[in-house]
Design a protein around this ligand. Structure first.
Ligand code: DGL
Length: 265
């Protein structure tokens, strides 16, 4: 297959990466997208680095076997170990942490609140990327042990989601007067309305848009744009295909083909 006709791979521990697919379809409507979501093993954010690495390599192999031209790692938790993945995988891997951090630097934000999985926060990957270019930017982070799993279980709002959001964001606000909140887990924009209802004063940052621009730039550099008018979306999941169809509909994605895949572990 000609390089420009090959699909873009997208992976996540679950449904969260569909928020990146939404931005990719807006930015690059002609691209075919192949998505893998490992909902049988979600949340990755409560696992060890070695477990995350092993599970992610299985997703990468699945996508690489289908000849993707690059892979958008639409998961902040996995993106924190992108160096380790790049060391063994030749296919271009685009990290959403690098995309989110570059947005904060480019906008010259003096301070940013950040809500993510506990793993993402513990790795300090955002802090390191932001401080490499903006050493004075104050990054006020808090991990949630349960929000990604709640959303991946089909809870898209209501009391359980709002209580968890308030618990973690109140903690951030008690430590600094933040005006911007980075949604540093791709599941979280699915419940953006709950964030807005709880904190209408905060400006929410979804790094997915920035990641879609990074993919666009890579395709430009390599001459890999697919010029067809409209691309396809194929989703594979180790979880419930109905959940993916539901979230795809909520995010306004054009009707995808959703297939079940056997468990990875
Ligand atoms: N969407 C993933 C992220 O961005 C969720 C991680 C998890 O499974 O814990 O971090």
């Amino acid at each position: 297959m000609k390089d420009n006709m090959r699909p873009i791979g997208v992976l996540d521990s679950g449904v969260g990466g569909l928020t990146v697919v939404r931005r990719l379809q807006a930015q690059l409507p002609g691209e075919d997208i192949l998505y893998f979501g490992d909902s049988a093993n979600v949340p990755y954010g409560n696992r060890s680095e070695d477990e995350i690495f092993a599970l992610t390599m299985k997703m990468i192999h699945f996508l690489a076997q289908r000849d993707v031209k690059c892979i958008a790692i639409a998961c902040n938790t996995i993106s924190t170990i992108v160096k380790r993945l790049r060391a063994v995988e030749p296919c271009p891997l685009l990290s959403i942490v690098e995309a989110g951090a570059s947005y904060v630097v480019r906008e010259k934000l003096p301070r940013v609140g950040l809500i993510a999985t506990e793993f993402t926060v513990s790795k300090g990957a955002y802090d390191a990327r932001i401080h490499a270019h903006a050493p004075r930017c104050e990054v006020v982070s808090k991990g949630s042990p349960s929000l990604a799993a709640l959303i991946d279980g089909g809870c898209f709002g209501g009391a359980a989601v709002e209580t968890e959001i308030r618990t973690q964001v109140d903690n951030i606000l008690s430590r600094a007067p933040v005006e911007h909140l980075l949604l540093a887990c791709t599941h979280f924009p699915i419940v953006e309305d709950s964030f807005r209802a709880c904190y209408p004063q905060l400006k929410l940052i979804d790094p997915a848009e920035q990641q879609a621009k990074a993919v666009d730039l890579l395709l430009t550099e390599r001459g890999w744009h697919n010029e067809q008018p409209r691309g396809t979306l194929s989703i594979y999941t180790t979880g419930d295909p109905a959940l993916y169809a539901d979230v795809a509909g909520r995010l306004g994605l054009a009707a995808p083909a959703v297939c079940a895949h056997e468990a990875l572990a």
